[in-house]
Ligand binder design. Structure first.
Ligand code: C2E
Ligand code: CA
Ligand code: CA
Length: 620
C-alpha cells in the first residue's frame, strides 16, 4: 500500500531523529532512497553549504556511488564559478524546478553524460536555518516530471528535517571542537594530542612514532615588554605559521604557554625526524608583525621517538620535553634529539613506570631486613624492612630506583600495602619460630600513604591478620616529610599511635626545622641520619650535631637510633654520647628473609645476653 505524504514525512522524521554525526551519512542515503522511491524519481542528493569557503558540498546521494565509479566532479562546487543553478544554492529560499529543455544546469549535463539520458528534470529545495541557506535537497527524474503543490510542501517539510539534522550535527561538532582545541590558537589541545599519541602507541605496527616538541625562545619578554595582548597575537600568528609548515596528516597542538607539539602523521627514522624538525625550525624563524612591532622568535626543538609498546604517552612526551629543554640550555634556536644517555635514563623511567604496577601485583618485589642492635651487648633490638625489586631485565633494584617513581604514579599506597603485609607476615613467622618478643619491626612509609587515613585501617587489619601487638610495629617517616606535611598527617599519626604502633622520624637532622614541632608530634623514635654518623670521629661539626640531637631526644623522652654505623670509631663515640641503638654495615648489612630468620631464631648463640660477634668486630 502506498504511504500518504504525511506518513512519508513522519517516516523521514523518525529516521533522521536517530542519526548522529557518525551515522548521518548512511541514514541520509537511506532516507534519500526512500523518498526518491516514493516519488518515483531516479536520483536524489543532499548538499551542504560551506559559507566559509563559499561552496556547496555533496553530503549524501542516492543511488549511492559505487567505489569503482569515477570521482564525482560535483562533490565540491564553488559558487563563484558555478552554473546559475548551483550558484543559486548559496542563498535560495524557495524550491527551484528545472524541466527538460535547453540545459541550464551543470547537473543536467553531468547526469546526461554519466547516465546517458537526454532529458532530466530537477527539483531543488533549500535547507534553511533562520535566514541562512545551509544546503539543498534535490530530486532528479530522467525525463519530465512536474510536482504537485502537496508534494512540494512535503519536500519542504523533509528539507527542514534535514536542516535540523545538519544543525544538530554542527552543534555536536562544535562541542567536540571546543573540547579538543586550544581556544587562543585553534590548534589541537593537550587532551587531543595525548589521545592521539595513546592511539598511535597502542597500534600493533612496527614503526617509530616521532614527537617534535617546540618551545619558543625568550617568549616571556614579548609578554613583559609588549603586553599580553601582543603576546597572544604573536602566539596566534606563530600557530598559523606552524599549521602552514605541517604536512597533511600531522597533528599540531599547543600544550599551553609557548609550548607546541607536532605529531607527524607518518612514521620516521631518527634522522628523518631530525631533518623535519630542522626544516620547521628554519621555517618558523621569521618576523611577525604584531602590535605595530616586528617581532622575531626562534624555537628550541626536542625530538623523541618510540615504537608502539615501548613507551607510554607521558614518558614519550617527557623525553621530547627534556630534549627541547636541552636545546634551550644550549642557547636555543636548535634541535636536540634525545641522546643515548638521556634516553637511557628516560627509558629506565618509562620501563619502571610500565612494569611497576604488575611487579607489585605479581610479587616481583622482595624485602631485605637490616637488624638494629644494642652497641653494648650486640643484641638485636629491631629489624628494618627494606624493599627491593627483582626486575626481570635489570636485576635487583634498590628502593632509590623505584620508590620515588611509585610515588609519582600514585602507587605509593599499593607499594606500601604490599610492604606492610609482607613484612608483618615474615615477622610473625619469626616470632612463632621463637624470635624474642620484644624485637620491633620497622617499616618505612611514603608521605603519600600518610595524607589519607586509609593506612590506619590497613595497619589495623594487618596487625589483626598476623596477631601482632601494635607495639611490635614501628613506622618510619622521613624528616622532611614531617616538616612539609605536618598538618595534613598529624591526624593520621595520632590514629596510628592509638593502635599502639610506634612512630620514628627517619633521616633525622636533615630537615632541621622539625625541632620546633617535635614536642607536638606523636613520635617515639628519632633515627639520626647516616650523613652525621658516618664521619663521627673525623668531623667535629658532625659530632656536635649528633650530641645535640641526642640531648634533644633525651629531653623529649624519645628513643634514639644511629644509622649508617660503618666504623668502630663511630660506634665508640656513639656509646660515649649515650646512644647505644645502632644500625649499619659495621653491625649487619641488610640480609634476605631466611638469613634474618636465622639471626633471630637460629641456634640461639647469636642472640643471648653476652656481648656478641658484631661488638667484638669493632672492639678489636
Ligand atoms: P633508610 O630508611 O634510611 O634505610 C637505610 C638505608 O641505608 C638502606 O638503603 C640501607 O641499606 C642503607 N644502609 C644501612 N646501613 C648502612 C651503612 O652502614 N652505610 C651506608 N652507606 N648505608 C647503609 P636502601 O635499602 O637502599 O634504602 C634506601 C631508602 O629507601 C631507605 O632509606 C628508605 O627511605 C627507602 N625505602 C626502603 N624500603 C622502603 C619501603 O618499603 N617503603 C618506602 N616508602 N621507602 C623505603
Ligand atoms: Ca628507614
Ligand atoms: Ca634513614
Amino acid at each position: 500500500m502506498r504511504r500518504s505524504l504525511d506518513a512519508l514525512v513522519t517516516h523521514v522524521a523518525t529516521a533522521l531523529m536517530g542519526a548522529d554525526a557518525a551515522s548521518a551519512r548512511e541514514i541520509s542515503e537511506q532516507v534519500l532512497g526512500d523518498v526518491a522511491g516514493y516519488f518515483a524519481v531516479d536520483a536524489s542528493f543532499l548538499r551542504r553549504n560551506d559559507h566559509a569557503i563559499r561552496a556547496t558540498r555533496l553530503v549524501a546521494e542516492w543511488p549511492v556511488r559505487s567505489a569503482d565509479e569515477a570521482p564525482d566532479p560535483l562533490k565540491l562546487v564553488h559558487f563563484a564559478d558555478a552554473d546559475p543553478v548551483f550558484a543559486a544554492m548559496e542563498d535560495f529560499s524557495e524550491p527551484t524546478f528545472i524541466r527538460p529543455g535547453p540545459e541550464t544546469s551543470e547537473y543536467q549535463r553531468h547526469i546526461r553524460v554519466s547516465r546517458s539520458v537526454t532529458a532530466t528534470s530537477v527539483a531543488a529545495v533549500p535547507l534553511r536555518s533562520g535566514d541562512v541557506t545551509t544546503g539543498a535537497l534535490g530530486f532528479v527524474k530522467f525525463g519530465d516530471r512536474s510536482w504537485g503543490e502537496l508534494e512540494v510542501s512535503a519536500l519542504q517539510a523533509i528539507a527542514s528535517l534535514f536542516a535540523q539534522l545538519h544543525a544538530r550535527i554542527e552543534a555536536e561538532e562544535r562541542l567536540r571542537h571546543v573540547a579538543d582545541h586550544d581556544e587562543l590558537t585553534g590548534l589541537y589541545n593537550r587532551r587531543a594530542l595525548f589521545r592521539e599519541i595513546d592511539r598511535r602507541l597502542s597500534s600493533d605496527r612496527d614503526e617509530c612514532i616521532p614527537i617534535l616538541f617546540l618551545d619558543l625562545d625568550r617568549f616571556k619578554s614579548i609578554n613583559d615588554y609588549l603586553g599580553h595582548a601582543v603576546g597572544d597575537e604573536f602566539l596566534r600568528v606563530f600557530a598559523e605559521r606552524l599549521r602552514e609548515q605541517a604536512t597533511a596528516g600531522d597533528l599540531v597542538a599547543r600544550l599551553g604557554g609557548d609550548e607546541f607539539v607536532i605529531l607527524p602523521g607518518r612514521p620516521m627514522t631518527t634522522s628523518g625526524a631530525y631533518a623535519e624538525a630542522t626544516r620547521i625550525r628554519r621555517a618558523v624563524r621569521e618576523y611577525v608583525s604584531v602590535g605595530g612591532e616586528q617581532v622575531i622568535r626562534t624555537v628550541s626543538m626536542g625530538v623523541a621517538l618510540a615504537a608502539p609498546g615501548t613507551a607510554t604517552t607521558t614518558s614519550l612526551m617527557r623525553r621530547a620535553d627534556t630534549a627541547a629543554r636541552t636545546a634551550k640550555q644550549a642557547g636555543g634556536d636548535s634541535v636536540t634529539v634525545l641522546s643515548a644517555e638521556m634516553s637511557a635514563e628516560a627509558d629506565f623511567r618509562s620501563d619502571v613506570e610500565m612494569h611497576l604496577p604488575a611487579a607489585i601485583a605479581h610479587d616481583e618485589l622482595l624485602l631485605h631486613y637490616q637488624p638494629e642492635a644494642d652497641l653494648r651487648t650486640g643484641r638485636i633490638l629491631a629489624v628494618e624492612a627494606l624493599v627491593r625489586w627483582q626486575h626481570p631485565g635489570r636485576g635487583l633494584l634498590p628502593p632509590g630506583e623505584f620508590v620515588g617513581i611509585a610515588e609519582s604514579m600514585n602507587l605509593a599506597g599499593a607499594l606500601g600495602d604490599w610492604v606492610l603485609h609482607r613484612a608483618c607476615r615474615d615477622f610473625s613467622g619469626w616470632r612463632a619460630a621463637g624470635a624474642p618478643a620484644d624485637v620491633v619491626l620497622r617499616v618505612n612509609v611514603s608521605p603519600a600513604q600518610l595524607v589519607s587515613t586509609r593506612i590506619v585501617g590497613t595497619v589495623e587489619a594487618v596487625l589483626t591478620e598476623y596477631s601482632l601487638p601494635g607495639a611490635a610495629l614501628c613506622l618510619e617517616i622521613t624528616e622532611h616529610v614531617v616538616v612539609r606535611d605536618l598538618d595534613s598527617i598529624r591526624y593520621t599519626l595520632r590514629s596510628l599511635q592509638a593502635l599502639g604502633v610506634h612512630l620514628a622520624i627517619d633521616d633525622f637532622g636533615t630537615g632541621a626545622s622539625v625541632l620546633s614541632h617535635l614536642k607536638h608530634l606523636p613520635v617515639d623514635v628519632l633515627k639520626i641520619d647516616q650523613g652525621f654518623v658516618r664521619n663521627l670521629g673525623r668531623n667535629a661539626a658532625d659530632l656536635a650535631i649528633v650530641r645535640a640531637i641526642i640531648s634533644l631526644a633525651a629531653g623529649f623522652g624519645h628513643e634514639i637510633v644511629a644509622e649508617g654505623v660503618e666504623t668502630s670509631i663511630a660506634a665508640t663515640m656513639l656509646l660515649e654520647l649515650g646512644c647505644h641503638r645502632a644500625q649499619g654495615f659495621l653491625l649487619y648489612p641488610p640480609v634476605p628473609e631466611d638469613e634474618m630468620r636465622a639471626l633471630l631464631v637460629g641456634g640461639g648463640d647469636r642472640q643471648g645476653d653476652e656481648p656478641e660477634l658484631p661488638m667484638e668486630r669493632f672492639r678489636a
